[in-house]
Design a protein around this ligand. Structure first.
Ligand SMILES: [Zn+2]
Length: 622
């Protein structure tokens, strides 16, 4: 197929303040918004007199952008004040990632402005700084070069969208992120996945990146031989990368087949001849058209030789029609095509009349839309443009990843005219000393840490991986100095915590000191491991208390071995007949009976050993 793919990974950094202002990098609920403002974007030429094709398309629609601000956003996010100098903390993290990827840092960082036309930045551009180049990742299928690493500001978060415009939230705008772009060296979906996983591992190894949904996003550049370069944006899970690539290859292959078929039929460029066909539907029973017709018109265009191709499937569940109608969505709600008719209350007679009106031959397709005349015109023109592109092959586009692995049209691939220098931010020199200093303190990579945990603590592969990648890895290592079971500690720091959290316990209030206190008690045999969940639950509820005072308050202190023996002897005595009847089968039910009384205060294994001993003795006496 000649598949060539490149990845672009965007990862938010966990810095204290934003990239170009002192606001915290904290996400807010829109209900906490303290102000709101509205903006419109105007199109302008670049210094060289060029107009970006993506910006031009956006400018055709007059949209309003509303921004919600907070007491944690300032005039910089509003674009009412110039940016502050580049955040040095973010730059250090970017350099750390670059060095982990064997990249070469630049000697001076220059901030640039990259035009964004969807309103996601109040300035109309996103600030981006080129930090390093020339890295590589080795895979079994060959080397994948890392082209560039940039430090960028995160865009505003989209809250809602309608035909009139978009509502954005400013809390996310300006959070630092690194953008890592590979060369288009990737040749299989599997290789793409491995590269993405490796980059994710490197980023998390720094311990300085944000975690959770939305904090990492992947874009994929894909092309096949004879196809076109397409950028698919917003892939949120690594698991989807392979599917997205497979589906895009399928889409391009099917679009090329449609091109060949059109050629075979002798299709010519579609004329921009838009015809008013309102009279065809004068007495229609189609409610959508009837409603739209009240003050408006039905406009149609003939796609010569496209009949039957419009409805053809190009990805599972998506037709060539989706390619056409995606372009019209920004102007009107619903567009119809003759491949899907009769239907929607339209009759055969109406379709025949429509075909006659536009002089359609049997293998022609007709597209029509009911609505406000100017918008219907824009919609049909957008569709005509896409239909004509189908005669050439595959258009270069920026597309949006859909949940099922398909993709939908977003905008044309931006031209090169969209970057220019940010004159409000001074260049930052990168000294050799700084690079050396960061080089000396590079973190242990997560997969190395995992191997070390297996080696040093005898953890199994799964648990070692779990704790090595967890934010609690440093805490785990501190607890390990107490001489407690590594498996118990990992389970507590992972499974137990997540179970308590699911149960509504505010586990985020638990401090490192709480965990250390708990394992000090375990280490000194002052409580049984069964008591850990109850103790953590109590500590999370009253975090000002210590583990040792709480354990007494809960009565979770371990019973002495003498106390346990006494209790077991009592029970064995009282159940003598039962033991006589059941023999060793009596262990299990009696164990349950005892644990009911002492759960959390004693180690279950100890009870089991003593109980078996006493039952054997009792049976011997019988
Ligand atoms: Zn700010």
């Amino acid at each position: 197929m000649g598949l060539k793919a490149g990845l672009e990974i965007h990862q938010q950094l966990d810095t204290k303040r934003k990239l170009f202002c002192n606001c915290p990098t904290e996400l807010r609920s829109t209900s906490e918004s303290t102000y709101e403002m509205c903006r419109h974007l105007q199109i302008a030429e670049s210094e060289l007199g060029e107009i970006d094709r993506a910006a031009l398309e956006e400018a055709q629609v007059k949209r309003r952008f509303i921004y919600k601000g907070y007491d944690t956003t300032c005039l910089v996010e509003n674009d009412e004040s110039p940016p502050l100098p580049l955040n040095p903390e973010a730059l250090d993290i970017a350099l750390e990632v670059a060095l982990l990827l064997d990249m070469v840092p630049v000697d001076e960082v220059h901030t640039m402005r990259k035009i964004v036309i969807d309103g996601s930045n109040t300035a109309g551009f996103q600030r981006t700084a080129f930090v390093a180049s020339d890295g590589k990742i080795s895979t079994d299928e060959g080397i994948v070069h890392i082209d560039t690493l940039c430090l960028e500001e995160e865009a505003a978060q989209k809250i809602s969208e309608d035909v009139g415009g978009v509502v954005y939230s400013l809390d996310r705008l300006g959070i630092p992120l690194v953008e890592i772009a590979t060369k288009a060296d990737i040749t299989t979906p599997q290789q793409a996945r491995i590269v993405a996983e490796h980059l994710g591992m490197i980023l998390r190894s720094t311990g300085k990146v944000k975690r959770g949904i939305g904090t990492i996003r992947q874009d994929i550049n894909i092309s096949i031989a004879e196809g076109a370069r397409v950028e698919i944006k917003g892939v949120q899970t690594l698991g989807m990368i392979g599917t997205i690539i497979e589906r895009e290859v399928l889409r391009q292959v099917n679009l090329l087949k449609i091109k060949d078929e059109l050629k075979r039929r002798g299709a010519k460029h579609v004329k921009t001849e838009i015809i008013d066909v309102s009279d065809v539907f004068a007495s229609t029973q189609c409610s959508m058209i009837k409603k739209a017709l009240k003050n408006n018109a039905v406009l149609a265009v003939k796609l010569t030789s496209f009949g039957g191709l419009v409805g053809r499937e190009i990805q599972p569940g998506r037709q060539f029609w989706d390619e056409l109608s995606d372009r019209a969505k920004r102007f009107v709600g619903r567009v119809f095509h003759t491949d899907e008719l009769p239907g929607y209350g339209m009759t055969n007679a109406e379709i025949t009349k429509l075909k006659k009106k536009v002089h359609a031959a049997p293998d022609d397709g007709i597209i029509f839309v009911a609505g406000e005349r100017s918008k219907a015109n824009l919609a049909l023109n957008a569709i005509i443009q896409r239909a004509n592109e189908a005669l050439e092959g595959i258009p270069e586009e920026t597309r949006k990843a859909l949940e099922d692995g398909n993709s939908a049209y977003m905008r044309p691939l931006p031209g090169a005219a969209r970057m220019y220098p940010e004159t409000d931010v001074l260049p930052v020199p990168i000294s050799k000393e700084l690079v050396k200093k960061i080089q000396r303190s590079l973190p242990e990579l997560l997969h190395e840490r995992k191997e070390r945990y297996i080696r040093e603590y005898g953890l199994n592969d799964e648990l070692a991986g779990l704790i090595a990648c967890s934010e609690r890895a440093p805490l785990f290592e501190r607890i390990m100095t107490l001489g407690v079971s590594p498996t118990l500690v990992v389970r507590t720091l992972t499974a137990t915590i997540s179970e308590l959290s699911k149960d509504g316990v505010p586990v985020q209030l638990l401090t490192e000191q709480h965990f250390i206190g708990v394992f000090e008690l375990i280490s000194a045999n002052k409580m049984a491991k069964e008591g850990i969940p109850s103790l953590l639950r109590a500590l999370a509820t009253k975090p000002s208390k210590t583990a040792s005072t709480t354990v007494s308050e809960l009565g979770l202190e371990t019973l002495s071995k003498e106390d346990i023996e006494k209790l077991i002897i009592e029970i064995v005595e009282s159940k003598r007949d039962f033991i006589k009847e059941r023999g060793t089968d009596a262990v299990k039910p009696l164990m349950g009976l005892i644990m009911e009384q002492v759960r959390g205060k004693v180690d279950g294994e100890l009870v089991s050993t003593v109980l078996k001993e006493k039952i054997a003795k009792a049976m011997g006496e019988v």
